[in-house]
Design a protein around this ligand. Structure first.
Ligand code: GLN
Length: 415
């Protein structure tokens, strides 16, 4: 059977291929030599399955899509506090190569613009690292995210370095303002090397899936970044990943994303998928024309907008049967705050003479920490009111249900 996902991606690919608007980036001479027709799409689930179409083995330089991953690396090595002291998390509404600094502190406004990314690069690896150390550290971290050994494109690196006047200017200003102390040329050279790491569209999807999977690699199983780091990176992708088009992007597409001037776009849908698209012709904001179209369509057709949140409230109660001897409440699904609130509300409405109250968790997938606290509090109150509380929990989604004072609900085997 042809996978419906692959079939859908083929359809999307065919519908988008006709779009030939936009221009190649030419401020880096080597990028102007790219084949404008190349086009590829890849999607990796957090279970580690990749679907791809088009020229999915074709490598291109990662460019600005390196920024969220370098941010993840710096956060991992130095911690959020040290990084936040140097680089903020506010969108700029300005182009990626502006010197957008926060008034008062002089912090670059976020790590997705060049000023922020150059500063982040200065904080990679150990303090006082050499240019080579920082560059190697970056390739190594990106390779762990991709699950394969990545390399740098020497000719794009040299081509950009020769024409990197604007990035040198930014770095000198940043150093002059005391944002970092490292040698400005060395930091820019390292940053340009970071941007010249080669990936294909499948790598992007896999790297994205690692962030979607809260930092755990979907096939190597390695924890590459912590949950907190993955969340922080995605938060900044939401507010600043698509430069000055970030607001429109989030309202239309609703997928945390990052684009680069070589024509790639990375998208990450937390808990679901990583997506990579590559097509080199860019719109005036510097985002791939076909890439933007693919993401718009994917979001609409597959309902991937982050704010298409599921309903987490009363549907956590599957059924309630009130008998003469006992009341059974069957719960289901993933229970979070609003689901637990609905359960407590229903418990309160069951006020009756002390009797047996059975809670069947057989169909519950997970209770998060808040829901667990609330649910246990509800059970504690029922017990205090003189009810006999029983729990059916074959998969132990509620381990150690201590109601305080070493009181536990009575375990009942699955009926
Ligand atoms: N938007 C981008 O992809 C920019 C990256 C590029 N290396 C630069 O600094 O100009």
């Amino acid at each position: 059977m042809e996978s419906p996902v692959r079939k859908y991606l083929h359809q999307l690919f065919n519908d988008t291929t006709a779009m030939d608007g936009g221009d190649l980036a030419d401020y880096i001479p080597e990028l102007a030599k790219a084949d404008p027709e190349v086009f590829s799409i890849a999607l990796t689930t957090i279970d580690g399955r990749t679907y791809s179409v088009g020229d999915d083995e074709r490598e291109f330089t990662i460019q600005s899509i390196s920024k969220p991953f370098a941010y993840a690396s710096a956060l991992t090595d130095r911690g959020l506090e040290a990084i936040s002291a140097k680089v903020g998390v506010e969108p700029t509404g300005e182009a990626f190569n502006e010197l957008s600094l926060e008034k008062g502190t002089n912090r670059p406004k976020n790590p997705m613009i060049n000023a922020g990314a150059i500063t982040i690069h200065s904080m990679l690896a150990e303090p006082d690292s050499s240019l080579e150390d920082r560059a190697n550290h970056t390739v190594e971290f990106f390779s762990r995210l991709a699950g394969r050994k990545l390399e740098m494109d020497e000719s794009v690196f040299r081509s950009e370095l020769e024409t990197a006047d604007r990035n040198f200017a930014l770095a000198h200003m940043l150093r002059n303002l005391g944002v970092f102390e490292e040698h400005a040329h060395q930091v820019v050279a390292g940053y340009v090397a970071q941007c010249a790491i080669k990936v294909n569209v499948r790598d992007l999807a896999v790297m994205g899936a690692t962030l979607a999977n809260r930092g755990m690699h979907p096939f190597t199983g390695e924890r590459v970044a912590s949950r907190d780091v993955a969340r922080q990176v995605l938060a900044v992708m939401v507010s600043a990943g698509m430069y000055d088009a970030s607001g429109t992007w989030f309202s239309d597409v609703g997928i945390p994303a990052k684009s680069g001037v070589s024509g790639g776009i990375l998208g990450v849908l937390p808990g679901q998928v990583g997506i990579g698209v590559f097509s080199p012709r860019l719109d005036p904001k510097g985002n791939s024309v076909r890439g933007v179209n693919v993401f718009n369509k994917l979001s609409q057709d597959m309902g991937l907008h982050l704010l298409n949140a599921g309903i987490f409230g009363s549907n956590t109660i599957r059924s309630v049967s009130e008998g003469d001897d006992e009341t059974v409440m069957r719960l289901q699904g993933v229970i979070q705050f609003s689901g637990a609130e609905a359960i407590l509300h229903r418990m309160a409405s069951l006020e009756c003479d002390p009797g047996t109250m059975v809670f069947d968790l057989t169909k519950v997938t997970r209770l998060d920490a808040m829901a667990r606290r609330m649910f246990l509090e509800g059970l504690r109150r029922l017990t205090a009111d003189g009810h006999r509380v029983e729990l059916i929990d074959p998969d132990e989604v509620l381990p150690d249900p201590d109601l305080g004072g070493s009181t536990y609900p009575i375990r009942r085997e699955t009926p």
